[in-house]
Ligand binder design. Sequence first.
Ligand SMILES: Cc1ncc(COP(=O)(O)O)c(C=O)c1O
Length: 383
Amino acid sequence: MLIAALDEELAHLQDRELLRTLTTLEAVHGVTATIQGRRVVLWCTNDFLGLSQHPRLVRASADAARRWGVGARASRLLAGSTALHHQLEDRLASFFHAPSAVTFPSGYLANLGVLGCLLSPDDLVLVDRLAHASLLDACRLPRARVRVFRHNDVEHVAGLLRRYAKARRRLVVTEGLFSMEGDRAPLKDLADVAQRYGALLYVDDAHGAFATGHTGRGTPEVEGVAHGSMIYMATLGKALGCQGGFVVGHSKLIRLVHNRARTFIYETAQAPPIVAAAVEGLRVVQEEPALRESLAGNVERLHQRLGPDLGRSPSHIVPIMLGGTQRARRLAAGLFGKGIFAPAIRPPTVPAGTARLRLSVSTLHTAGQIEQLVRALSNSMSA
Ligand SMILES: Cc1ncc(COP(=O)(O)O)c(C=O)c1O
């Protein structure tokens, strides 16, 4: 009976063109991969700086596996906190000019853990309508009162803070650089409003950290606001090419996380080879600004070639809005036939009626690959 019910659920997804399946990458080299025996250019990874296969990170990871083993053996509060974990946290804190930092095995777990220990049913949390699923889950799980504000609408946030003045603690939660839109939150104005009404601002900069800002310090750097005016969270699994999540902030917040965050306490620590790679990645980010410069060059080239109608976002995440899921899937399949891998992004990842291709630009894309993409897109969209 259970299997029949599951079958029905899957068939329902299939009928609405929402069934998802896994694609096997048979090999990966930079931004190219082999899929079904065919070589394609990847336009859908988050390896914005091309660090996932950077020789320095690969070497650091292999050395750490030999020295520390492949797994962490225990949770952080037991035997899982190696010198490497502390080194990474110290370096993240100092990179973001924060007193302290804590890492998690993923960004998702960081959001669940940190928001979980800050929020209770007596609290209010305001979250941007287009915030990532991990933020929505993290806000709902502690059963705080959740109110959704219009995307990037600071006035709406101010109004809600005025309306819900009595909550014990009030948090405003947003992404820094939005993962599906490619636009930035008005962090300076949000920080001002939060401060004016005695609320805390929590920023998930999964897509902005390390890739944007003059020195790689992410969306706050681009928006000209100090990391200290917010609780700043990001992932190690995107521009840094590794895996894991982190939060930087006041040392008392970090101590509370050590004591209260369930995804920190009841979770095996990050594997040492990945921690060592992240430490090295952070060095590369600081020592090789050319990586960010060439990413910015690629972004500009792609936006110019796409023109103002398509190249609307100001960043390395470029959504091509298509509306219906069928249209998005058909376009993605057509592109795959032309050697381009950019699967359709469908609800519930994005709101209904806003299916899209989400192109993500990497430092490693060549001018030729950008040209190939633009030609294939304009041929497929006009066909
Ligand atoms: C905005 C945002 N937050 C958090 C996450 C989760 O990060 P991680 O993949 O490290 O779990 C993602 C990743 O998809 C994301 O896009």
